[in-house]
Write a protein that binds this ligand. Structure first.
Ligand code: GLV
Ligand code: MN
Length: 195
């Protein structure tokens, strides 16, 4: 959840040399209609990767008109069997609607309770801020979801990449203890992510 704006809009100047909480505004005299429209979510993403997912982001970095307005959206394309792997958004609650396909959507609370449901076209879900969640395509064909956030830049902590593909790498002994497996299992997982 982002703070409220102090003016109608503040189209981000992504190249500004000063750094603030968010982005500085480009001069109002230079703002044009196109600053408030974004067609980046219109195209299907390429899901040819290890997870079988493509998340196209419509956040302040790709759509600077969102700056200070506290919202953003993503497009999630899933190949058959594809998964948007467990991840969390530190700055935002997420809601979403399935447009196409059959998708298992789930999240886990801070009390370690798992909530999930299989959704089809038109059905909506919500993920409370910061909780780890995923979407898994359980249908025959591809799946499409649009998601919405109460932050211009929700942030994504992608659990498998955070733990096994950070740079530099988390020491194997740390993950070996955490997951109660031998270190060679940990290095095996890391190698899948090119680490
Ligand atoms: C889906 O979980 C997304 O973050 O867009
Ligand atoms: Mn998400």
């Amino acid at each position: 959840a982002d703070p409220d704006a102090l003016q109608d809009f503040c189209v981000a100047d992504l190249k500004a040399s000063i750094s603030v909480n968010g982005f500085p505004c480009k001069p109002a005299s230079e703002v044009i209609s196109d600053d408030f429209f974004f067609d980046g979510l219109s195209k299907e993403g390429n899901t040819t990767n290890i997870f079988g997912v493509n998340v196209t982001v419509g956040n302040v970095r790709t759509f600077p008109g969102l700056n200070t307005l506290g919202i953003s959206m993503n497009r999630v394309d899933l190949a058959p069997g594809g998964e948007n792997p467990p991840h969390s958004h530190p700055r935002s609650t997420e809601s979403g609607v399935v447009i196409e396909g059959r998708v298992l959507v789930g999240f886990v609370t801070t009390g370690n309770v798992f909530y999930s449901k299989i959704l089809t076209a038109g059905q909506m879900f919500v993920i409370p801020q910061g909780l780890v969640h995923f979407q898994f395509n359980v249908g025959e064909g591809k799946a499409l979801i649009f998601t919405a956030f109460n932050s211009q830049l929700p942030g994504s902590v992608i659990v498998p990449l955070t733990l096994f593909a950070s740079k530099p790498s988390i020491p194997d002994e740390v993950l070996s203890k955490a997951f109660q497996v031998e270190e060679d299992v940990i290095s095996g997982i890391k190698s899948k992510f090119g680490s």
